[in-house]
Design a protein around this ligand. Structure first.
Ligand SMILES: Nc1ncnc2c1ncn2[C@@H]1O[C@H](COP(=O)(O)OP(=O)(O)OP(=O)(O)O)[C@@H](O)[C@H]1O
Ligand SMILES: O=C(O)[C@H](O)CO
Length: 436
């Protein structure tokens, strides 16, 4: 079990290194009456407001409130249900009692719900009231799409939810999902920036998408939507049924072009620091050979598992213990009706083929946000010991990895952290022992 413990320690250290406060402290400061973000400056001789949505924006807001102090007048945050309860013993991660920011919790299981929609409406109302004499800070992190749902006129939240759920189950990647979300939502795809005009908008983004595409992270509420014409292609590709209303919205010609000169978007962090911290942690645990495989892993979990197997087969020939780190965001085509998430599915998928190949390994796959699919686990860790279990195929087929890991080893292979307060995609840790 040493390797299971090590893999979990490496994951937790990596998550610890990407707490959003750290990113802001390094990149944002106030001096001489100005807000500095890297080399750019924004005069603070005006009231500042914050709106934020995503799994990491509470920590970002705590830090921003410290940085802005009395310049901050008002603000609204939309964060996942249960976040504050999770941090109740860590007051440094919560807003102060006299904070001017209002918090809404919603989107349980990452599904946009009425609570999140209330938050989106409040955010819209705040932005509508701003003038050119205000400064708006928009804090964005992954999970922001589900936390800012405001369907365009005539479309119900229910239908919007179903469209996105069916695309996701069909294996659509996040760029495809958000291409559709941008069209269906009032505030996404630049909508928030348009509503806030003529107020100066400064957006700080913690990236949870490979390549840091600012127009897709949380569906780019402050970035011009340049791929409106692709939304119907995505619907057709995954053969998703939609109503006449949704069809009309998706087929709408692009609105007249809008000038985004009042907006400055900044990526303040991504999964690079998590990968570096994971490597450091592995070295500190005594692994002499630590490799970063990739920080941009995408594609179906079945293919990703095969890629890891190939690497493992190559490495094992070298006859030394190695720790391989990977990061990114694979996808799952969900065909069954079991319970799981892409990390648990990947951990089970890889373990099955690695056992078949006779490898001696430990493999962890977890979301840095602490929540994998609609489960209470961040992901799972697995080892050689699951080899030979006949029923693995059934659990994989039924997308029921959570049930598998819950029953196996008393659930010890599930990694449970609760909300971590950050979100920089998934981490994979593969520890490989030489063949004896
Ligand atoms: N039973 C299941 N087995 C395997 N994967 C599943 C299952 N149910 C859902 N998924 C997958 O889980 C993913 C959604 O997971 P999750 O809610 O953790 O999203 P996320 O990408 O971390 O969210 P965000 O990017 O908004 O932070 C989808 O890719 C979906 O296909
Ligand atoms: O919220 C979202 O859209 C995803 O997490 C990607 O940023």
């Amino acid at each position: 079990m040493k390797y299971v413990r090590d893999a979990k320690t490496i994951f937790l250290n990596a998550v610890g290194a990407v707490q959003p406060q750290n990113f802001l402290r390094n990149r944002v400061k106030v001096s001489s009456g100005k807000l500095h973000v890297d080399a750019e400056t924004f005069p603070l001789n005006r009231p500042c407001h914050i709106v934020g949505f995503g799994k990491a924006v509470l920590g970002m807001a705590v830090e921003m409130e410290n940085i802005l102090s009395s310049n901050l007048r008002s603000g609204i945050l939309s964060i996942p249900a249960g976040t504050q309860e999770c941090f109740k013993d860590q007051p440094q991660l919560l807003l102060k009692n006299n904070s001017v920011l209002r918090i809404f919790e919603g989107a349980k299981d990452n599904i946009p719900d009425l609570d999140a929609m209330e938050a989106a409406k409040a955010i819209k109302d705040l932005c509508v009231g701003l003038t050119k004499d205000d400064l708006l800070l928009v804090l964005i992190s992954g999970g922001g799409s589900a936390l800012l749902p405001l369907p365009k006129f005539g479309l119900s939240l229910d239908e919007k939810q179903k469209i996105i759920k069916n695309l996701s189950k069909g294996g659509a990647n996040i760029i495809e999902l958000n291409c559709v979300r941008k069209m269906l939502s009032e505030l996404k795809g630049g909508g928030l920036a348009q509503i806030a005009y003529p107020c100066r908008v400064v957006t700080l983004i913690l990236s949870d998408i490979v390549g840091d595409p600012i127009d897709s992270i949380a569906s780019g509420p402050t970035v011009e939507n340049k791929d409106a014409h692709l939304a119907m292609e995505v619907i057709n590709k995954y053969n998703v049924d939609i109503s006449e209303i949704a069809l009309n919205i998706l087929q709408q010609p692009k609105l007249e072009s809008f000038n985004y000169n009042h907006v400055a978007n900044f990526i303040i962090g991504n999964n690079e620091i998590a990968c570096e911290a994971a490597k450091r942690s592995a070295v500190n645990l005594g692994y002499n050979k630590v490799e970063l495989f990739s920080k941009d892993i995408q594609g179906d979990v079945v293919d990703v598992a095969k890629r890891y197997l190939q690497i493992a087969l190559d490495e094992v020939k070298k006859n030394e213990t190695v720790c391989i780190i990977g990061a990114g965001e694979p996808t799952v085509v969900v065909k069954g009706n079991g319970l799981g998430g892409r990390n648990q599915q990947l951990a089970l998928e890889f373990s099955k083929i690695a056992c078949e190949a006779g490898l001696d390994f430990c493999f962890l796959s977890c979301g840095t946000d602490g929540i994998d699919g609609p489960t209470d686990a961040a992901g799972a860790v697995s080892t050689t010991v699951i080899g030979g279990l006949q029923e693995i195929d059934d659990f994989l087929e039924n997308n029921d990895a959570y049930s598998f890991f819950s029953r196996y080893q008393n659930g010890e292979f599930l990694v449970k952290t609760g909300h971590t307060g950050t979100n920089v995609m998934d981490l994979h840790i593969l520890i490989l022992k030489p063949k004896t």
